[in-house]
Design a protein around this ligand. Sequence first.
Ligand SMILES: O=C(O)C(=O)C[C@]1(C(=O)O)C=C[C@@H](O)C=C1
Length: 285
Amino acid sequence: MTISIIGIGLLGGSFALAVREKYPKATFVGVDASAVHGQLALAKGIVDTILPLDEALAQSTLVVLATPVNTILSLLPSVLDQLPAGATVLDLGSTKESICALADAHPNRPQFVAAHPMAGTENSGPGAAFKELLPGKNLIICDREKSHPDSLKLAEALFSDIGMKLFYMTPQEHDLHLAYVSHLSHVSAFALGLTVLEKEKDEQAIFDMASTGFGSTVRLAKSSPQMWAPIFDQNRDNVSQALADYIELLQRFKALIDDRDVPASLDFMARANVIRRVLEGIEKR
Ligand SMILES: O=C(O)C(=O)C[C@]1(C(=O)O)C=C[C@@H](O)C=C1
């Protein structure tokens, strides 16, 4: 089996490292716009060789699109055009509606599997890839009935073999849920980080006083703008609604603080504390 990883960053690299361990006979080909990333991926043993896209596609059993979602959209039609008969392409993008709609318009749609591993960190590039990222995490597959049974079976086997738990939904359900459980956290972390940087002009003062609370809430503000801007753009309607809901709650909370309504403020936070149950469940996974 020859697996081509298009975009050897955190996700593509971590996928390759985990699959490599389970499929030692598979050959991994890397395709990356950055020569430096290509060299690093070779040095880390993520891939066996780096090739131009056309050459990689010609010899692939499986093609994994692991670039930012705007690049997935621009590559997918030509990848489906050039894919050898019987080969499969899957994407690992964080949005699904626009990617699935584009795939639906292609005659080779059955060779495509729309996947999203619910795993990541604030770091990017092949240097950030590690083989433990995906095992134990959840994976969402969208529109499974539109994939050829053989392509679906291959994708499901690979993800299950590296210890992922599979879930199925429509791209619409996926993008709506992700706006709340992932994209909103990123928007708010970027805005929180920027608020503190702009108001506390002295970085040393932030450094001297900030501790784990600040670190854990703004961690996501370190994430790559190149990765996240296209996600917010492709999921703009859902992200905009999630943000409107969030801003409304922020305004309500501000009013309680302004009005010195301590009982209502206590109640607001006690209701938010219910999130502890969810977080403890995630930690136990
Ligand atoms: O933990 C992080 O740093 C992440 O951003 C991971 C995270 C998320 O939880 O939102 C980000 C994007 C992926 O699509 C899935 C997971």
